[in-house]
Write a protein that binds this ligand. Structure first.
Ligand SMILES: [Zn+2]
Length: 439
């Protein structure tokens, strides 16, 4: 049997998460049934489970896929007949294509206590899922690892930009995007003041104790030039939305920006010198400079009415949102997959990628906006707000708001809270600043 180990002697495996061993030494440890892998939780009757499998008394061998390893080269040292490997490779196609087994991914092999023939092979294609191959019954299924959710909070002061100052606190780009989108219509993040403040309560998803992403914002606060902007969640008409301290909805029919982290490089202008055509010409769009490949998002729900190429527009997509509004996105390097005439799109859905096709000097998005058939200045348009808190919900909202303010007040944002307390008399704000100076 030792011969079988030689071919993959370079593969290191973790035995019960306790130590690393060379596979060539594994047969010795397989005879040692006394270890207890970390992932196993003991039930009252002393039964242990791993990946939902009752592994009481079984041997568990953990490893990572080494370079060029295949299902066959992983399993054959564990006495799995080639016919079985072949059968499960074929059978697993709809669940998980075993040709996708990749270097450095984690796997686990489970063998009976008295045999070195693998009974289960479990592969983790990513940090949140696993695929179980039952080598006896030839059952193959994919499952999600149990996730844990944790509420976290952060607060800080703007010195450079929302992106830089939030990143410095360890806030992920995902969360910065969510925050910027939440306030898209109330705060112009391109024109922040030094000393503006932010606070955010959010939920993180963890798997195996590792953060895999931010699921949502629970509560937020932004202070621009001493003015407070709250984002308080409240469910109304069966839909969860964010409202300001007066009970006005922060949500609008459209996103403020079709790109994330972008800079407006040219505004709607009826008389602009065209950089390519070298003549004065109306610019009826808003240009956003961004690196090639940046995702372009539909600003609202709608239906694609045009998706294609023209000499001036390059690759472009036009979306009709309703009887009043239509938007168009030009110079794409590539149109998003599945985006064609007639496709229904949702607000925020990626419809293409920034490029410089058509009449463009460099990569940017030219964004055009029609209201009742006429091209208008997107940056000047007053987009109708969503419904505010209804009279019937007022009491419930006020109580939710008080809770929110108390929670926010416990999050420190900056060092100069006292100064702001003195210069602002808004009761909401006072509450913020007073308690905000607590550690
Ligand atoms: Zn333009």
């Amino acid at each position: 049997m030792n011969k079988k180990w030689i071919g993959i002697a370079a593969l290191t495996i973790t035995l019960g998460g306790i130590a690393l061993f060379r596979l060539s030494e594994v047969d010795f440890f397989l005879k040692e049934p006394s270890f207890e892998p970390e992932e196993i939780s003991s039930a009252e009757n002393n039964e242990t489970f791993l990946y939902g499998i009752n592994v009481t008394g079984l041997n568990i061998i953990e490893g990572t896929v080494s370079k060029n390893q295949t299902l066959a080269s992983i399993l054959s040292p564990f006495n799995v007949p080639y016919q079985i490997i072949d059968q499960i490779a074929k059978k697993s196609k709809e669940v998980f294509d075993v040709r996708g087994i990749a270097t450095n991914k984690k796997f686990t092999i489970i063998t009976p206590a008295d045999s070195a023939q693998a009974q289960f092979f479990i592969y983790e294609p990513n940090s949140s899922e696993y695929v179980v191959f039952n080598l006896d019954s030839l059952d193959i299924y994919k499952a999600e690892k149990p996730a844990e959710f944790k509420t976290r909070e952060a607060g800080g002061v703007i010195n450079t930009s929302l992106y830089v100052d939030m990143s410095n606190l360890g806030i992920t780009p995902d969360l910065i995007d969510m925050f910027a989108d939440l306030y898209g219509w109330s705060v112009d993040f391109q024109r922040l003041q030094k000393g503006d403040k932010f606070k955010v309560v959010y939920e993180e998803k963890l798997i195996d104790g590792q953060t895999v992403g931010v699921t949502d914002i629970k509560l937020a606060y932004f202070e621009h030039m001493g003015m407070p902007y709250h984002a308080i969640p409240f469910e109304q008409n069966g839909e969860m939305n964010f409202f300001d301290q007066e009970g006005n909805s922060l949500k609008k029919a459209f996103l403020r920006d079709p790109l994330k982290y972008s800079r407006i490089s040219s505004r709607y202008n009826l008389r602009r010198f065209h950089p390519v055509q070298k003549r004065y010409k109306a610019h009826l769009g808003t240009d956003y400079a961004a690196p090639r490949g940046t995702e372009i998002r539909s600003v609202g729900d709608g239906t694609v009415v045009e998706a294609g190429y023209s000499g001036g527009n390059g690759n472009y997509v036009k979306i009709k949102h309703n009887g009043t509004y239509t938007t168009q996105y030009l110079h794409m390097s590539k149109i998003g997959s599945g985006i064609k005439k007639g496709t229904r799109v949702r607000q925020g859905q990626v419809i293409g990628y920034v490029g410089s096709t058509g009449l463009a000097t460099g990569p940017h998005l030219c964004f055009r906006f029609w209201k009742n058939g006429k091209q208008e200045d997107w940056l000047k348009e007053k987009i109708p707000p969503s419904e505010p808190i209804l009279a019937a919900n007022r009491m419930a909202f006020e109580s939710k708001k008080m809770e929110a303010l108390q929670l926010l007040a416990q999050i420190p944002a900056g060092t100069d809270e006292k100064e702001n307390l003195a210069s602002n008399s808004s009761p909401d704000f006072k509450n913020q600043a007073t308690a905000g100076s607590k550690p």
